[in-house]
Design a protein around this ligand. Structure first.
Ligand code: FAD
Length: 468
């Protein structure tokens, strides 16, 4: 039987990063993955393919809506070839997942392709994809089995017309009317893809706003911009049934007044969140405890109730984000090597890759109010930037929240072009506990979108932005 210092079950961004860091630190490492490709949800059916589709559809939208204004004329009709678009997306996925195979090889990590299930706390049975079984022994085991799309109890996903994000990345036609249940990140990103490609899109959301966990100002701005693109929103609507009739899907919901509202479309994307995935893992054999929502229970060192078993990523509490899973993978590897790593969960940024993008880190204004923290706020509109006007990406703003007395930055919230990248500056500043004045006194290249960060910091420091 092969023996390892550490065995990792699941090869998503949590698992594969944990494997690389363990190997870098000199541990004999194995990773077990039930799918034929590595990279988990993120690389195969999540972050990477959705961004590939967002980029392709963005190019199309630019071609039909904005090229003319730039003085670019296209003779003839610009058309979408969805099959080719999806094939390109798959090419990006294939390249990326192969890259992980390469990294496993480079770091001398043994890869097992099959379903891993606990025999006991130090042994894992692997039901391999080739039909054979193998047992391995490991001193430490990391559960990194991720998550799966969740649904509502009364919805029967047929995966043809009533679909999850996974099928939405593989459609054979552009829907005529896509009904998206859930105004969170995944629903909005994929909704925007199909809106750009020509579908009518209606987002039905239970809460009174989209991206409910984020600062209210972001939600307002994004709603405004998406409405301009003719995306429709039914907020405060509680979906109560989803039915397929031939090629049609009928969604019934109750609005705030309790009246029934009926939506008819040809596709319904169910994007109501994701649930932790431990099917087939046989956690009971190892004595690992789950909470009542199926998440693996861990302590502050991401250790389960069993001494040598850890868990990371979507399968445990916290934000379901690839970069959060990655940080946790690194943390566990370094803990096993005797180091003292730390993650500040307050500083894990959240991003929505619609256009304009939305990005945030730290506390929202609502959270500061609720906690009774005295704060000041500085905001700067993207439209006041030369760079934004040059590219015609004028929607959005940067808002910085800072402690009223100390000026320490407590939260940064952005909507606009490339803010998914800009948020890194805010994370760096907050990791070093910068004040708004610190940011405002740093040189930001001109003309860039990043100037909005400096200007918002000037506004937060003592209300003296330069360009508004
Ligand atoms: C459409 C979509 C878009 C997204 N976009 C973003 C984004 O832009 N940015 C972002 O940060 N996050 C995004 N996410 C979320 C992100 O994909 C997840 O947070 C991330 O993949 C979690 O990583 P993980 O390692 O915990 O688990 P996963 O990536 O889910 O990987 C778990 C792996 O474990 C394997 N596995 C499970 N059980 C077993 C077993 N018993 N034996 C062997 N293998 C097993 C699974 O097959 C899977 O490969 C997106 C998700 C979706 C669905």
């Amino acid at each position: 039987m092969d023996q390892y210092d550490v065995a990792i079950i699941g090869s998503g961004p949590g698992g594969y990063v944990a494997a690389i860091r363990c190997a870098q630190l000199g541990m004999k490492t194995a990773i077990i993955e039930k799918y034929s490709t590595l990279g988990g949800t993120c690389l195969n059916v999540g972050c990477i393919p959705s961004k590939a589709m967002l980029d392709s559809s963005h190019h199309y939208e630019d071609a039909i809506k904005h090229f003319d204004e730039h003085g670019i004329e296209i003779p003839g009709e610009v058309k979408v070839n969805l099959e080719k678009m999806i094939a390109r997306k798959q090419g990006v996925v294939d390249q990326t997942t192969k890259g992980i195979e390469f990294l496993m090889d480079k770091n001398k990590i043994t890869v097992y392709k099959g379903v891993g299930s606990f025999k006991d706390a130090t042994h894992v049975n692997i039901k391999k994809n080739d039909g054979k079984t193998e047992e391995i022994e490991a001193k430490n085991i990391i559960i990194a089995t991720g998550s799966k799309p969740s649904t509502l109890p009364f919805i029967k996903l047929d995966k043809e017309r009533i679909i999850t994000s996974t099928e939405a990345l593989e459609l054979k036609e552009v829907p005529k009317h896509m009904i998206v249940i859930g105004g969170g990140v995944i629903g909005l990103e994929l909704g925007q893809v199909y809106k750009r490609l020509g579908a009518d899109v209606t987002v039905v959301e239970f809460m009174d706003r989209i991206i409910p966990g984020m600062d209210g100002a972001l939600s307002k701005e994004l709603t405004k911009v998406l409405k301009k693109s003719k995306m429709k929103f039914a907020l405060s609507h509680k979906v109560k049934s989803v039915e397929r009739k031939g090629d049609q899907v009928i969604v019934k919901a109750d609005n705030k007044k309790g009246e029934e509202v009926v939506f008819e479309g040809d596709y319904c994307l169910v994007a109501v969140g994701r649930k932790p995935y431990t099917d087939g893992l046989n956690v009971d054999a190892a004595g690992v405890k789950l909470d009542d929502r199926g998440k693996v229970i861990v302590d502050e060192h991401l250790k389960t109730n069993v001494d040598n078993i850890y868990a990371i990523g979507d399968v445990i509490k916290g934000a379901m984000l690839a970069h959060k899973a990655e940080e946790e993978g690194t943390l566990v590897a370094e803990l096993l090597a005797g180091q003292k790593p730390h993650i500040d969960y307050n500083l894990i940024p959240g991003v929505v890759y619609t256009w304009p993008e939305v990005a945030a880190v730290g506390k929202t204004e609502e959270e500061l109010k609720e906690a009774g923290v005295e704060y000041k706020s500085g905001q700067f509109p993207m439209r006041a930037l030369g760079r934004a006007r040059a590219s015609m990406d004028i929607d959005g703003f940067v808002k910085i929240l800072a402690d009223k007395k100390t000026d320490e930055v407590l939260g940064v919230h952005m909507v606009g072009a490339r803010v998914a990248d800009l948020i890194a500056e805010a994370v760096t500043a907050m990791e070093f506990r910068a004040s708004a004045e610190d940011i405002s006194r740093m040189s930001h290249a001109h003309p860039t979108y990043a100037e909005a960060v400096k200007e918002a910091a000037l506004a937060a420091t003592d209300n003296r932005p330069l360009h508004v």
